[in-house]
Design a protein around this ligand. Structure first.
Ligand code: P6P
Length: 337
């Protein structure tokens, strides 16, 4: 069968009424920027792009050179096209308006330009995560508060994982689809349409080193998985933890599984580790559109009303049944208090 390129897919989606011309062009621009990030990332040590940038971001984290480079690539690619009113990034405290010399559009783009960047220097997969919101009518110079829309309002979400292959996973709210970069041609080619995540799984992802800090319901839930077939779940479970959300989520998109970054005593004051607007929400949209579930451990992630551009949140996502069991334990424990 003739391979379908991202551009052809976007045209089909426009004909189906799933996406308008401006949004489809925006996705093309983001995908093209991610191809440039892939080139920079793939150079590794010989590209002089490894290691620290010598700067810090809004999160108080040391920035890697590639964090800064990836952020710049996405900002520069999206400045002139006329699809956006502003961008927001993990790497920038405030939203970046589109320069006055260029036309503005009706969309807001949020991104984590290079998630998992602590893995770059050890050559483990990293990725770009992005989310598209509508710019509120009449707002020509969007501020942070204009980005604070619940995840259910997202018009599109996606990630690109820079691994052995460079793979884009994308949703407009009409299914979740995967595109693999053909480096010889330079095009993203449709490799999986309408992905479905198995509702059950035998594989979980969590950073076990935080176990002693977890809330009691998470201790109970993970304890049952670790008890295996002799325990209450009556089956053995396998564990994976890449410490790169895009890589862990892509494994779940590919074969099922469940991913947790729960509240723990160390990070409770911050509300969690992962960021709501440009990590949790786009991933939750992608996972739900593939038949999975995504919660904060207490409620549906996409329904959370944001209070801050860099707000952090607990994340439970993946195969529906396991997310529901873990979430139920937390809701039940809250009720018992
Ligand atoms: P930890 C990477 O820094 C990240 O934001 C996610 O990509 C990843 O899932 C998580 O943090 C890893 O956190 O505490 O295991 O290093």
């Amino acid at each position: 069968m003739k391979p379908i390129s991202l551009i052809q897919f976007l045209i089909e989606e426009r004909r189906a009424g799933h996406v308008n011309a401006e949004l489809s062009l925006l996705i093309e621009v983001v995908a093209r920027a991610c191809k440039r990030i892939a080139v920079a990332t793939n150079k590794g040590a010989i590209g002089g792009v490894l290691g620290e940038a010598g700067t810090g971001n809004i999160q108080g984290e040391a920035q890697k050179k590639l964090d800064v480079i990836s952020n710049e690539i996405l900002l520069e690619a999206n400045a002139w096209g006329g699809q956006l009113a502003a961008c927001a990034s993990e790497e920038m405290e405030d939203p970046q308006p589109i320069p006055d010399m260029y036309p503005k559009g009706n969309h807001l783009l949020l991104f984590d330009p290079l998630d998992g960047s602590s893995n770059i220097d050890v050559n483990i997969s990293v990725g770009t995560i992005f989310s598209v919101l509508r710019c509120p009518d009449g707002v020509t110079n969007p501020k942070a508060e204009h980005f604070l829309q619940a995840g259910t309002t997202q018009l599109a979400a996606g990630y690109v994982v820079y691994g052995p292959a460079t793979v884009l996973v994308l949703t407009f709210g009409h299914g979740t689809h995967e595109f693999t970069l053909d480096r010889e041609v330079g095009s993203f080619i449709l490799s999986r349409r309408d992905i479905r995540i198995p509702e059950e799984t035998g594989e979980f992802a969590i950073n076990m080193s935080n176990q002693r800090h977890w809330e009691a319901p998470m201790q109970r839930y993970i304890g049952e998985l670790l008890a295996g077939k002799d325990g209450p779940r009556g089956r053995d479970f396998n564990m994976r933890w890449v410490a790169s959300m895009v890589a862990d989520v892509h494994r779940i998109i590919t074969r099922g599984g469940v991913f947790f970054y729960p509240l723990d005593a160390k990070i409770k004051s911050k509300g969690g580790k992962l960021r709501l607007m440009y990590e949790a929400n786009p991933m939750a949209f992608i996972i739900e559109q593939a038949g999975g579930a995504a919660t904060t451990g207490r409620g549906r992630l996409l329904e959370l009303q944001p209070t801050g551009l860099h707000q952090r949140v607990p994340v439970f996502l993946g195969s529906k049944k396991e997310v529901e069991v873990a979430t139920h334990y937390h809701v039940e424990a809250d009720r018992a208090q």
